[in-house]
Design a protein around this ligand. Sequence first.
Ligand code: ADE
Length: 272
Amino acid sequence: MHFYVMTLFPELIEKGMHTGVLYKAMEAGILSLDTFHIRDYTIEKHKRVDDYTYGGGAGMLIQAQPVYDTYQAVLKRLSCAEGKKPRVVYATPQGSVFDQAKAEELAKEEDLIFLCGHYEGIDERVLEEIVTDNISIGDYVLTGGELPALVMMDAISRLIPGVLNNDESATTESFNDGLLEYPQYTRPEEWMGKKVPEILLSGHHGNVEKWRLEKSLERTRERRPDLYEKYMELHPPVPEKKKRRKKKKKTTEENMPDGAAQVSGEDAGKDA
Ligand code: ADE
């Protein structure tokens, strides 16, 4: 994954990305980051990039020219196939709200360009020309798009194979399957009188998985009823009667000779 960031504060982006696993992934060549300072591309002799808003109103706006010329410089550096229009993410509170599904979608790209705004925003004409995705990181207003760009790059990067040392962590953490993560514990077994749940020490993998799912459901219902509702719509509970039939079918099949279970029994063909 190659990130390109158009910004008035390249040092903030670089500092944010040069830490921990992201830095290691960059060293390993799994990720790359190029920042482009919008001010370097202005043709204004005093290096200004902003101006007053037509129609009046408080605050200044970043002009179209320096942003467009920065974009042209990014295009020259791109690694993606010629002719393919790259995704350009504009970090803006007016965008759709970033979530795990969006991170997964963007992680499939080879190149991603981020545009970070400041002041009161950017001239609409250049946004129309280059932006493919308007994305907000939440319903609040920040002073600029750098922190949102870092948040998005972090969430996207951890989905790129090889970025996390343990591939499993990217798939089992919160939001996979739309549920929050279950509680976790490490040594010691007892701390301040609080014991690690017995089941986690049992070594019974099946029971541990069942407990974790129960806790995930419980936690999601309490803390994020919106996510819980969505999950339940997609995974409606199996009615008791059906559950009993399934269990019965399984036990009958277990007592049959190999292969016979697939074609015999009262349920054969019904669930197809
Ligand atoms: N720029 C300012 N506020 C923002 C937000 N909430 N999300 C994305 N970009 C922003």
